[in-house]
Design a protein around this ligand. Structure first.
Ligand code: C2E
Ligand code: MG
Ligand code: MG
Length: 568
């Protein structure tokens, strides 16, 4: 029967026919509750059992009759009795599971929930215990500052998160702390330590960290302060600590000795907190020897460099807003025709505090901190705006701009940026030449080669800047797909061996011509340089002999047709 019901459920048969006795027995099985019984009397189905009168069927019927004849009366009675007295169906395990399935499901859910809850509690407990242990390891129980172990971890974390923030590590120590312990009592001395930490934590930001290393010795990692920052730290942290007892009515000023270590770029790459602290501690020892305490810097040069970095990079975005950054133009000439043929755009920074800065001073720092891209975008924008204005005035001028390899790393699709710029200012691609220094090419940078090709596809001329300044190999000339070469002024500067230099330049130019490169010589400082260059067929030049880089207002009013009219 169960197989028949299965077949019915799978739609393999349309209906099952059986006598109602059997049904009333079978339907006691709980999972058959959904089956519907229709008495045949309600359906006008007449059915018979028959067989064809074949010898095989006759044999079959005889076999059946033999079987029936073998059923004794008692057995026959028993069968009838079985199916007419509504023998109670006996549940098997499956039936019980089916009949009480909702109860079982509920129980299972409850068990799973209880188990999950238990597991979560266990996890929570483990986490809390771990946290408590971590807390005990990472923090100082007296003051709430970090412990040495916690400081090591935190410094690593902060340096990795803020690789371009100039940091210092200071090692601070209270002078004569033993005397304070004896005179004011241990509890009061402890309160002083807690007060110091409280004031420091109030003052320092999330990017900074403070630890109590031992007794009255504290380490701090903080952003390199400028003069104002120093003053603020003195007012908000050190002064209140120094005057702690004075403010309580005691005539005793706390003296603090500090040693400062300015982090070097190397420290950000290989973070060794103990080494940095050792340096700061060494400086602190020196400060300790002085009568009044104060501070000493471990690496003064780095300190100065760090301050400069902070003055330059920290002030950069304000400088942009305040228009401190300018684009100057240095004309490029054709010495043979006496015309100005273009100019190179060079940036200058009139720094609020440091005055006029040349690119050599700030570009390496901006490169170090990733800000060079922002500077260059600004320069390119200004140049395009100027070209647009000149176009409107009827002067078609071409300008060379510098593209740093950091720009390409920052914006992998820099050619699109340039394309957008010329569209925005409605200028032709031939009006913008792009200089990429040879050192960038020397690194065999796939992206750089791709970018060069993309820029050329748009129609820009790409020039290799500073050719000969140190990195070039002649092989580069066959492999790098630039349009032009800018000869570095090293060839001209070498006055000691100028005669030899002349031979080298002459042959390089010969080679460039054979390879179909355009070329220009930069750093032309004297008439001798210019005459020599023209003699070897190099007519395009840029250098102080003709013009120095100048503000746009001066550049605009030059006589472009005759360089002999230049102001001297
Ligand atoms: P560069 O692209 O090779 O630019 C030429 C440099 O040579 C300029 O120095 C220019 O003033 C200087 N110079 C020109 N003629 C003479 C000369 O006759 N004698 C001597 N001794 N020097 C001459 P500057 O303006 O100080 O720029 C230095 C470098 O800074 C540039 O070298 C360039 O690599 C970079 N730079 C300048 N402006 C930018 C900029 O906006 N973006 C980027 N990424 N780099 C820039
Ligand atoms: Mg250049
Ligand atoms: Mg150059």
């Amino acid at each position: 029967m169960s197989k028949c019901v299965e077949a019915l459920r799978k739609d393999e048969v349309d209906a099952l026919l059986h006598n109602s006795y059997v049904w009333s027995y079978v339907l006691q099985k709980p999972s058959y509750i959904d089956l519907h019984v229709q008495p045949t009397t309600m359906l006008s189905i007449g059915f018979r059992v028959g067989a064809l009168d074949t010898p095989k069927n006759q044999a079959l019927i005889e076999k059946l009759n033999e079987g029936i004849a073998m059923i004794s009366d008692t057995q026959r009675q028993a069968v009838i009795l079985d199916y007419t007295s509504r023998k109670l169906y006996k549940y098997d395990v499956q039936d019980y599971l089916y009949a009480d399935r909702y109860v079982f499901i509920m129980c299972a859910i409850v068990i799973v929930l209880v188990a999950l809850h238990f597991l979560a509690k266990q996890q929570q407990l483990k986490k809390r215990t771990n946290n408590q242990i971590r807390q005990m390891i990472d923090y100082d129980s007296l003051t709430g500052a970090l412990s040495m172990a916690g400081f090591r971890e935190k410094v690593k974390e902060l340096l990795l998160e803020n690789p371009s923030t100039p940091y210092i590590i200071s090692y601070n120590n209270i002078k004569n702390f033993k005397f304070i312990n004896d005179k004011m009592g241990i509890n009061s001395a402890d309160e002083l330590l807690c007060f110091w930490v409280e004031k420091s934590l109030e003052y320092f930001s999330d990017k900074e960290a403070m630890a109590r290393i031992y007794a009255d010795q504290f380490a701090v990692l903080c952003c390199l302060p400028d003069d104002n920052g120093f003053e603020a730290m003195e007012t908000n942290v050190f002064k209140p600590v120094k005057e702690y007892y004075i403010n309580q009515g005691n005539d005793y000023e706390v003296q603090i000795c500090s040693g400062l270590y300015v982090l070097t770029p190397e420290d950000y790459k290989n973070i060794n907190v103990d080494k940095m602290l050792d340096c700061a501690r060494l400086a602190e020892k020196k400060a300790h020897l002085s009568v009044t305490g104060g501070y000493e810097v471990y690496n003064v040069d780095q300190w100065e460099a760090g301050r400069l970095l902070s003055d330059i990079c920290g002030h950069f975005s304000t400088a942009v807003k305040q228009n401190e950054i300018k684009v100057w133009y240095q004309p490029q000439v054709n010495y043979r025709t006496g015309e100005i043929i273009g100019a190179e755009a060079l940036c200058r920074w009139n720094h609020e505090k440091l005055g006029w800065l040349s690119p050599g001073q700030f570009i390496p720092m901006l490169e170090q901190t990733g800000l060079i891209y922002d500077l260059d975008c600004l320069v390119w924008e200004i140049v395009c705006k100027d070209i647009h204005r000149w176009n409107e005035q009827g002067f078609k001028r071409s300008i060379s701009v510098n593209l740093s390899r950091f720009d390409i790393e920052k914006n992998k699709n820099i050619s699109k940026h340039f394309k957008n710029l010329i569209e925005k200012y409605d200028i032709e691609p031939s009006q913008l030449r792009i200089e990429i220094t040879e050192s960038a090419y020397a690194e065999d940078n796939e992206l750089l080669l791709e970018t060069t090709a993309q820029l050329q596809d748009i129609g820009f001329e790409v020039e290799m800047d500073d050719f000969g300044s140190g990195y070039s190999s002649l092989n580069m000339l066959t492999e790098i797909p630039v349009d032009g070469i800018k000869l570095d002024y090293v060839f001209l500067k070498n006055t000691k061996n100028f005669e030899k230099s002349k031979i080298v330049v002459k042959h390089i130019l010969q080679m460039l011509r054979n390879l179909n490169y355009k070329y220009i010589a930069e750093g032309v400082e004297t008439k001798e340089h210019a005459d020599f260059l023209i003699a070897i067929d190099c007519e395009r030049m840029q250098g102080f002999y003709f013009y120095k880089p100048m503000p746009v207002e001066e550049f605009e009013i030059l006589d472009f047709d005759n360089i002999n009219n230049r102001p001297h």
